[in-house]
Design a protein around this ligand. Structure first.
Ligand code: NAD
Length: 355
């Protein structure tokens, strides 16, 4: 199984190295992965003048899955938009048709205190948000800023979803629910938006093919509130690009630690790009301070969703739980009475906990 490793900038290479360490260690028990690295983001721009050079894209196309670190940094903020490191991710999503974004938000009991919500509200929380990634108001045409005849300007965007786009993300949501607690909540704004009315109709229709999954619908304003009030009511949430953008960040804050959260972006056949949700964290880059667990958990998602290695995935997740239970903490999740370690030491601890 061929894996493309695109580590990127800032803490990207540091955390990805630990995830690769874990994947390589699994090789001791017969899981053989062919791992190939390529530059992406600012690092690729510096080397080749392009945040996603053709060779990197080619490798990503050939691989069964992509393990991605993070891209970007203050050095690149002033450059032309098309050459910014973040373009690499947008282009990869587009070129590889990665339309389904899976964002788990789980609270490990040991870290329940890290949330800004009370531990009894979030403890045991385990949500998966499935967000449509390639359509909606972020891509709809027409869009722009125009001069009005009577003076002044007007900004406008277009919210748009085709039936087939809704159908395929609905299937992704139902499939994910089947692998988990068999509950799917579809989030929209059908009381106000036509796009959402179609969304609701199509999701309900697809739902008839998944009798084992309990489907509910919720308006996005209520969903934003319920995520704070009673987040454990949710198993899988499926929603459009903009609502998902906002809700997935809200859900991730329930866990209180950005360095712990993995994500996946999948195509129709289960090929995917796996990455921590955090960015390149330039403030702590190169200091052995970054938490590698989000990257390691991204590798676990890769094993489950693209490589069909559910047992190996569960093993990595269990190893992460074990090191947390043993008290290992990077600086971002450190509390008194626990054991502070660096990026590399955390990776080593996870590897040791695998066996
Ligand atoms: P960020 O996620 O990089 O950092 C936000 C805060 O969280 C910082 O204080 C950082 O130190 C901390 N943090 C992030 N990851 C951590 C980890 N693994 N362990 C411990 N602490 C961690 O977001 P930002 O500061 O807004 O952005 C920095 C750069 O990253 C920007 O150039 C931005 O465009 C880019 N970015 C990239 C991605 C991506 O590659 N997918 C995502 C978000 C931001």
């Amino acid at each position: 199984m061929k894996i493309a490793v695109l580590a990127g900038d800032g803490v990207g290479p540091e955390v990805v190295a630990e995830a690769v360490k874990v994947l390589t260690a699994l090789g001791r028990e017969g899981l053989t992965l062919e791992i190939e690295q390529a530059p992406v983001g600012g690092a690729a721009y510096d080397a080749a003048g392009d945040p996603l050079p053709p060779q990197t894209l080619e490798l990503a196309r050939k691989a069964e899955a992509i393990l991605f670190g993070a891209v970007g940094g203050p050095r690149y903020d002033a450059g032309p938009r098309a050459k910014r490191p973040e373009q690499a991710i947008l282009r990869l999503r587009k070129e590889l048709n990665l339309f389904a974004n899976l964002r788990p938000a789980a609270v490990f009991p040991e870290l329940a205190d890290a949330s800004t919500l009370r531990p009894e509200v979030v403890s045991g929380l385990d949500i998966l948000i499935v967000r449509e990634l390639t359509g909606d108001i972020y891509f709809g045409q027409p869009r722009g800023i125009r001069e009005l005849e009577g003076g002044g300007r007007e900004g406008f965007d277009t919210m748009r979803y085709t039936e087939s786009e809704i159908r395929r993300i609905a299937h992704a949501g139902f499939r994910a629910a089947l692998k988990r607690g068999r509950k799917l909540c579809s989030v929209d704004k059908a009381n106000v938006l036509e796009t959402s009315q179609l969304w609701r109709d199509v999701v309900s229709e697809v739902g008839r093919e998944y009798v084992a999954v309990e489907l509910t619908h919720m308006y996005v304003d209520n969903a934003a509130m319920q995520l704070l009030k009673h987040p454990r009511q949710f198993d899988v949430i499926v929603t459009g690009n903009m609502f998902g953008d906002i809700l997935s960040d809200e859900a991730s804050m329930l866990t209180g630690s950005i360095g712990m959260l993995p994500s996946a972006s999948l195509d129709e056949n289960g090929k995917g790009l796996y990455e921590p949700i955090h960015g390149s964290a330039p403030d702590i880059a190169g200091k052995n301070l970054a938490n590698p667990l989000a990257a390691i958990l991204s590798a676990a998602m890769m094993l489950r969703y693209s490589l069909d290695q559910d047992r190996a995935a569960a093993r990595v997740e269990a190893a992460v739980k074990k090191v947390l239970a043993e008290g290992y903490r990077t600086a971002d999740i450190f509390q008194r009475g626990t054991r502070k370690v660096g990026t590399r030491e955390m990776g080593d601890a996870v590897v040791a906990a695998l066996f």
